[in-house]
Write a protein that binds this ligand. Structure first.
Ligand SMILES: [Fe+2]
Ligand SMILES: [Fe+2]
Length: 449
């Protein structure tokens, strides 16, 4: 790997450490290049048919939509299977949104590493981007085919009216002038680093309405919200080696969140494989994705925890932004709990309520609108086992994040110890918020009917 010696000399890492993490990056790149997990996902995506997989669980039953809620307790065997499949759909829909954001930001920061002479890092990131394209395609195709089979096509598209990426694109985004003002401020902060400015970011900015085009419904978008994401994108790609590395601390949150969901599915895959029984295609996709993502996680880990030490110490501005990104993610992507999706850590919104509402009226459950709303109240607005399970899953993720951030030296204690995440997401708070959202949701439904 070609490494810029002047940069290393001015960094804080010693030679042994530098050698160690560059060796790990080289090995990860080699192993990822030699693996065929993405090809396997591509093949499974091509041949997927819902009817061939519909009679099997795709993960353990506790990884099901509405698990532990009063509806789940009363559901038939067939309905329980459907709830298990819809859990896969809902989670991978969120993951595909997050990976769409990653695709852009891998390229933005990858070009900074390229300009710095960190070719292996840049090549690995380019390969990861390519892999994400295939992951996203498989998640969307399999997820949508499943949801259409269980909920219905028109019903599903009305659910997505709440998804800001699909329907309100452009409306809530930072106005271009505001973006350019913030960009100007950031540019002044690292004017000496112009030579490392991301070429990909330059191309993006050249496009008309760039400030309006960033997706915002994945983990990164939820963390930074509309205006923040554009501003941070400029900072991550603006030529500061420290900030290019810092993006990977945020990406690590996405990687660990994914692992929180996917590791149990990968374990389920092994169990079914060992038993010699039929392995559903979505379970296989999760298993191979888990393996592909282990390379990505290693990269996020090494860049966020070690590689930044190759470079000069962060300025006060860079440290502030690095802390701000993690701080905001504790509110946006990790600051809540779901009563119906035990691996989702933000507040239940109209989108998830609409999906449940439509599902309960689909032939599989066959409820009237009133009955559906009555059951929804019991599931979203009252304490049940599913909320306790969600809380345990969230606690596990928080402990893992704390372990990881303990070794990131520029972080303030509020981030290192995930204090915001810890102070939010209680069951009581979730129920109170859900009562409010559900009331508004029911009013909207009544107005439409
Ligand atoms: Fe992926
Ligand atoms: Fe990834």
């Amino acid at each position: 790997m070609k490494v810029s010696s002047t940069l290393i000399q001015s960094g804080t890492a010693n030679n042994g450490e530098t050698k160690r993490h560059h060796k790990l990056i080289g090995t990860t790149y080699q192993n990822n290049s030699n693996s065929d997990y993405t090809e396997k996902i591509e093949e499974l995506c091509k041949t997927f048919k819902y009817k061939e997989n519909r009679n099997h669980y795709w993960s353990e039953p506790h990884q099901s939509l509405l698990f532990g809620s009063p509806i789940y307790e009363q559901a038939s065997a067939e309905q329980k299977l459907a709830l298990n499949h819809l859990h896969w759909f809902a989670n991978y829909n969120y993951i595909s949104n997050s990976e769409t954001e990653t695709v852009i930001l891998n390229q933005v920061t990858g070009d900074v590493f390229h300009a710095l002479g960190y070719e292996t890092v840049a090549q690995e990131l380019a390969m990861e981007t390519e892999q994400e394209h295939h992951h996203i395609k498989a998640f969307r195709k399999i997820g949508l085919m499943t949801a259409i089979a269980l909920i219905g096509k028109d019903e599903l598209s009305s659910s997505f009216q709440w998804n800001s990426y699909d329907s309100t694109l452009g409306k809530n985004f930072i106005p271009t002038t505001k973006y350019h003002t913030l960009r100007f401020v950031a540019q002044r902060m690292f004017s000496s680093k112009k030579q490392y400015y991301s070429q990909y970011l330059k191309e993006l900015e050249g496009k008309k309405d760039f400030a309006f085009k960033m997706p915002t419904t994945g983990i990164i978008g939820r963390s930074l919200k509309h205006s923040g994401q554009n501003f941070f994108t400029f900072n991550w790609g603006g030529g500061s080696p420290f900030l290019a590395c810092q993006f990977y601390a945020l990406r690590m949150i996405a990687n660990m969140h994914l692992k929180n969901l996917e590791h149990p599915i990968a374990k389920y895959y092994k169990k079914v494989e060992k038993s010699g029984e039929f392995i559903p295609a979505p379970t296989e996709v999760s298993h191979y994705h888990f393996l592909d993502e282990s390379f990505h996680t290693t990269m996020s880990h090494v860049i966020a925890q070690d590689l930044y030490k190759d470079f000069p110490k962060p300025t006060a501005y860079e440290k502030y932004l690095g802390n701000l990104a993690i701080y905001l993610s504790q509110y946006g992507a990790l600051g809540g709990l779901s009563a119906v999706l035990p691996h989702r850590y933000f507040d239940d919104d109209y989108l998830v309520m609409e999906i449940v509402y439509r599902l309960l009226q689909a032939p599989l459950f066959g409820m009237s609108s009133d009955a559906a709303l009555e059951w929804m109240y019991k599931c979203f607005c009252c304490e049940h086992e599913g909320l306790h399970l969600a809380q345990r899953n969230r606690q596990k993720l928080m402990s893992e994040l704390r372990r990881f951030f303990a070794d990131v030296d520029y972080l303030l204690p509020v981030n290192r110890e995930m204090r915001i995440m810890s102070s939010r997401g209680s069951i009581d708070d979730t129920i109170q918020k859900n009562i409010k959202t559900f009331k508004q949701f029911s009013r909207l439904v009544a107005n439409k009917n």
